[in-house]
Design a protein around this ligand. Sequence first.
Ligand SMILES: Nc1ncnc2c1ncn2[C@@H]1O[C@H](COP(=O)(O)OP(=O)(O)OP(=O)(O)O)[C@@H](O)[C@H]1O
Ligand SMILES: [Mg+2]
Length: 248
Amino acid sequence: MSPTLNILSLTKVYPNTSIAAVDNIDLQINKGEFFGLLGPNGAGKTTTISMLSSLLKPTSGNISIGGLEITENVEKVRKLIGVVPQDIALFPQLTATENLKFFGRMYGMRSSILNNRINELLNIFGLKQKKNQLVETYSGGMKRRLNLIAGILHTPDILFLDEPTVGIDVQSRNVIMDYLTALKNNGMTLVYTSHHMEEAEKFCSSIAIIDMGKIICRGHPKKLINEHTHCSSLEDIFLEKTGKRLRD
Ligand SMILES: Nc1ncnc2c1ncn2[C@@H]1O[C@H](COP(=O)(O)OP(=O)(O)OP(=O)(O)O)[C@@H](O)[C@H]1O
Ligand SMILES: [Mg+2]
């Protein structure tokens, strides 16, 4: 199968810094994969996902999505992808419905389709009753769920999610991960970042561990655990590869 996402020698050095935040990484992600990019704080996850989703310009390297080189095809690529950012990207002084209408129009969705989709997703994520409340009155878990809905309204081919389950309770986590699994089963390609090893072990079909901007391990979680005979979980492998030093 040809990869949906092909990443070659991808590097990012931020202005006025000397160390690469992402250092010459190569990755191939196939269609229908639930791919986990895992790493400690400051490893380069957000920098990588921002470049993959065409929000941040690489210093060097090449990214293609479905054969399209992304910097040369930004408009086309943006129609194929959805992005769920690490920092909640919602308007706090608008209601949930108003927020979603804004994002839907930005994706160019027709009103009738958009309104049905908004109702469907608010229902699935347990926000229907609160759809006319201002987002500033929402709990953290409700904001995370709404942030996710904003990224999937237009049913993208590839969905990038940067720590979609950070700081939320088990109930919200389950609703989100079960829904993401259903999207994967329908053929969507998912690229997500997380610190949560148990979650990644359970849901990802493929993972890569990134540390200090470099990919240091990749593969199918269960196969990796089998290969590392002294490790009984992905967390063991993660600690072995990344060490116990605290990060910024
Ligand atoms: N705008 C920026 N300017 C300079 N350095 C940056 C900038 N954004 C990130 N960095 C640095 O790049 C490195 C990678 O950061 P990045 O946010 O990609 O890590 P991360 O893996 O997403 O971390 P976290 O788990 O904390 O979200 C860090 O050393 C960070 O300090
Ligand atoms: Mg990050």
